[in-house]
Design a protein around this ligand. Structure first.
Ligand SMILES: Nc1ncnc2c1ncn2[C@@H]1O[C@H](COP(=O)(O)OP(=O)(O)OP(=O)(O)O)[C@@H](O)[C@H]1O
Length: 380
């Protein structure tokens, strides 16, 4: 898929009291997440792409292909759009086996057995092939539904809250399969989700919706760190996302060096944060040098110092530039600070601010008590 591949949504649709009004161009690489309150128009947005509903005005283009253009009276039928759709519930045929469900409606082509084998392997459903949907767990059923959508050879996969009907253990069971999908099949995915945790683990590009409009969209880190996202995070969860790359481990302190993207210290070495290898193993994450990772750092876990602390047990200390200050409730202050081209936030007391008189533009040090490593992707 070329980097320029995109999906243009420039259309309007009235839905009862809600008016969906879209004017965005989405990248078709990795996973695009559609996030927002119930009723904000997430499902309607993907239904417009799938052709399940028609816009009242405007156009939808997938790369150079016109899906619909009301002005030019052009309409490509849903079955001609080569789109896979995975619903909240798996919607399998109860009287067919898993194999029957996977192959239902797909013309048997020369490459079907090979593709079936690959999909069955990736989704871990080989042992289920002869079984019927009624005997499967929710997570297993959803994996079969994903397999069926993949076998239709789609150029785009739409997923409407594929984990919503599952309990927490089943969600965790399905998550790694979803993570692998886009890169394994080089297939763009648009995922509707209510869950911040799913967004953090799966999404590369986030679209934030409210009342039928796109409030913000862009790379996940950018949208997550923007003011539009703050109401979703609550006071204690205010946080930023940073990107980093696992560096070579050169010692045996049991810590993993995570080199921040685009930032080197004065000696030219990349600035690193450190995470315990042991903790990552416990989370089931296998991290190797070269892996790209996403880091979540909560503002409440960051303190500010004017001087570089010495003789301290803290390992994660970064030189920063103070950018802007926001007064919060309960005599708390939040400082936005730049680390190269990335940002970090610290929540300090108004008392500390009064004493330290920190000002925008000054240099300082961020003392980071906790980092959360998420969204591991392959070596790049
Ligand atoms: N066929 C319809 N007729 C009338 N109103 C509709 C229709 N379809 C959707 N709506 C309304 O449009 C709005 C957006 O609905 P949509 O299902 O797209 O939201 P959503 O963000 O996916 O919600 P949820 O997260 O609850 O699934 C809602 O107010 C809904 O009631």
């Amino acid at each position: 898929m070329s980097e320029l591949a995109n999906l243009v949504l420039a259309c309007d649709k009235r839905l009862g009291d809600c008016r969906l009004s879209l004017n965005i161009s989405l990248p078709l690489q990795g996973v695009v997440g559609i996030f927002g309150l119930s009723g904000s128009g997430k499902t309607s947005l993907i239904n417009l792409i799938a052709g399940l509903i028609k816009p009242d005005a405007g156009r939808i283009e997938f790369q150079q292909q016109c899906f619909v253009d009301r002005q030019r009276k052009r309409w490509l039928a849903p079955e001609q759009r080569r789109i896979g759709y995975v619903f909240q519930d798996a919607r399998l045929f109860p009287h067919y086996t898993v194999r029957g469900n996977l192959l239902y409606g797909h013309p048997t082509r020369a490459d079907t057995p090979e593709k079936l084998a690959r999909i069955v392997e990736l989704l871990g459903i080989k042992s289920l092939l002869a079984r019927h949907p009624n005997g499967l767990s929710g997570g297993e059923r959803q994996r079969v539904a994903i397999g069926r959508a993949l076998l239709s050879d789609p150029q785009l996969l739409l997923m409407d809250e594929p984990l919503a009907s599952l309990d927490e253990p089943r969600k965790q069971e399905l998550m790694p399969y979803l993570k692998a999908l886009s890169s394994e099949f080089n297939l763009p995915i648009i995922l509707v989700s209510h869950s911040l945790n799913e967004v953090l683990q799966l999404v590369d590009h986030l679209v934030l919706m409210d009342a039928g409009k796109v409030v913000q969209h862009g790379p996940l880190e950018q949208v997550w760190n923007s003011p539009a996202m703050q109401p979703w995070l609550g006071v204690t969860e205010q946080s930023v996302l940073l990107t980093a790359k696992v560096a070579e481990v050169t010692d045996d302190h049991g810590m993993l060096p995570l080199a921040l993207a685009n930032k080197a210290d004065e000696g030219g070495k990349p600035l690193c944060l450190w995470s315990s290898c042991h903790r990552e193993k416990e989370k089931g994450q296998v991290l190797q040098a070269g892996h790209d990772v996403r880091l979540k750092i909560r503002a409440a876990d960051v303190a500010v110092s004017r001087v570089q602390p010495e003789q301290t047990s803290m390992r994660n200390i970064l030189p920063v530039t103070l950018v802007s200050m926001t007064e919060l409730a309960d005599q708390q202050i939040e400082w936005l600070m730049a680390v190269g081209e990335q940002f970090i936030k610290a929540r300090i007391t108004a008392w500390a601010q009064q004493e330290m008189q920190l000002k925008a533009g000054e240099s300082a040090y961020a003392l980071i008590k906790g980092i959360n490593v998420l969204g591991v992707s392959k070596k790049s």
